[in-house]
Ligand binder design. Structure first.
Ligand SMILES: [Zn+2]
Length: 120
């Protein structure tokens, strides 16, 4: 089972790197084509930057997950130490936290202190 996650992660990191590469090539190309239409490029550029930052983060997450596989700590939540359900790992093979800890840190990062939900 760990081997299948390893190949999933390797493939994913690879695919993402290819996407990142293509994206930067496309970016250069469109800059060239819209050379004098300066007004509308900043938004596109911001979006492209945001997207490539996301892709880069995901590549990093994949590589870190591969390191955890090597270290034997893969699939264990970094925050609470609980086993991350295999169902979650199949969807997000690079997940480093369980759903609860992930949603907690997502709120912390965005700075939005949502009212505590007791339903979970
Ligand atoms: Zn957790």
């Amino acid at each position: 089972m760990k081997d299948s996650f390893r190949s999933m992660l390797e493939r994913r990191a690879n695919d993402l790197s290819v996407r990142l590469l293509k994206k930067s090539e496309l970016g250069e190309l469109s800059d060239f084509q819209h050379g004098d239409v300066v007004d509308r490029t900043p938004v596109d550029r911001d979006l492209a930057l945001e997207l490539s930052a996301k892709i880069r983060n995901e590549i990093k997450a994949c590589l870190q997950a591969l390191e955890r596989l090597d270290a034997g700590t893969y699939g264990i939540c970094l925050v609470c130490g609980e086993q991350i359900p295999e169902k979650r790992l199949r969807v997000l093979p690079f997940a480093a936290k369980c759903v609860e800890c992930e949603s907690l840190s997502a709120h912390a990062i965005s700075g939005q202190y949502a009212p505590v939900r007791l339903s979970a």
